[in-house]
Structure formats: structure tokens, C-alpha cells
Ligand binder design. Structure first.
Ligand code: HEM
Length: 147
């Protein structure tokens, strides 16, 4: 596999991990189980690592994509959301580690935990949607199937 094609192969992981983190935080509130918040925190860690890998591989894939006329605007919009996803989920991860260390995640702290992981999931989904529309429209050119 060429390095430019690593990005589409791994981008589904951060999206899935960030979404799963929000779902686990919601389940933790519904079931009143702290360990589900800790599971969500672990998923968030994987989500941040995946988003970092997506930003690195996306930056590599960008060079090839920018050679296709008219694609620059869409790639840049997707790139900005990709960077937001990494920055926001990185900051949220630090807040979550603080929440987890300071006390049991219940009540308002649990609601805050869910809200923050839902924001990360939303960024991941929007970024993925914008990335998907690039390949939906220009996939064959990007894969070198047509000029
Ligand atoms: C600096 C950040 C990023 C840049 C420059 C970038 C660039 C690109 C480019 C050029 C494409 C189309 C070419 C290709 O499929 O290889 C793409 C597709 C895609 N990107 Fe990114 N990306 C970035 C970050 C992210 C992040 C953080 C995510 C996920 C959270 C993501 C999710 C996707 C998805 C889902 C696709 C479509 C893949 C497919 O349809 O197979 N990207 N990105």
C-alpha cells in the first residue's frame, strides 16, 4: 500500500472510537456505573491517537489531492475540521483525565463528561463526512484510476 493511501485505511478508527466514547458515557449515566466512564476515557485516548494518525496521514494524502483541479477548497475545509477534531479531542481528554482523578464521575460531572465526548464525536463525524465527500466525488482520480 502506498503511503498516500494510508489515510482512507485508518480514518474510520478515530471516528468509531470517538463515537463509542460518547455512547459509553451515555450508558454510564443511564446505568449509573462509573466503570463505563473509565471505558469511555480509554476509548477517548484511542480516538485522540487515531485522530493524530489521521492528521499525519491526511497531510501526506493532501499533496496528491491538491493536484486535482478544483479540489483544493474541499480538501482545506476537511483539513481544518480534521485539525479541530484533534485539538478539541486532545483538550477534552486532558479535562476528562482531571475529572477522573479528582472524584467519582456522577451527577453534573457525568453530564459534563458526556457533553464533552459528544462534542468530540460530532467533530469526528463532520470531519469524516467532509473527507467522504472528497472521495465520493473524486475517488477514481485520487486512486489513479483516471487522470
Ligand atoms: C490535517 C488533517 C487532514 C487532512 C489534510 C486530510 C486530507 C484528506 C484527503 C486529501 C482525503 C481524500 C483523499 C484520500 O482518500 O486519501 C481525505 C479523506 C478522508 N478523511 Fe481526511 N484529512 C485530515 C484529517 C482527517 C481526520 C482527523 C479524519 C477523521 C476524524 C479524516 C477522515 C477522512 C475520511 C473519512 C476520508 C474519506 C476516506 C474514504 O472515503 O475512503 N481526515 N482526507
Amino acid at each position: 500500500m502506498e503511503i498516500e493511501h494510508l489515510h482512507p485505511a485508518l480514518v474510520h478508527y478515530p471516528i468509531a472510537f470517538l463515537l463509542a466514547a460518547a455512547l459509553f458515557d451515555l450508558m454510564a449515566i443511564a446505568a449509573k456505573r462509573d466503570y463505563l466512564h473509565r471505558a469511555a476515557l480509554l476509548l477517548l485516548i484511542f480516538g485522540v491517537l487515531g485522530a493524530a494518525a489521521a492528521v499525519i496521514t491526511g497531510t501526506v494524502a493532501k499533496a496528491e489531492a491538491l493536484e486535482i483541479p478544483g479540489l483544493g477548497r474541499y480538501v482545506r475545509r476537511h483539513e481544518i475540521f480534521g485539525l479541530y477534531t484533534l485539538i478539541v479531542s486532545g483538550v477534552v481528554l486532558l479535562i476528562r483525565i482531571g475529572l477522573e482523578a479528582s472524584r467519582r464521575v456522577r451527577g453534573l460531572a457525568a453530564a459534563l463528561a458526556f457533553f464533552l465526548s459528544a462534542v468530540c464525536a460530532a467533530f469526528g463525524l463532520v470531519t469524516g463526512h467532509l473527507g467522504g465527500s472528497i472521495t465520493r466525488e473524486h475517488g477514481p482520480e485520487l486512486r489513479g484510476l483516471i487522470d
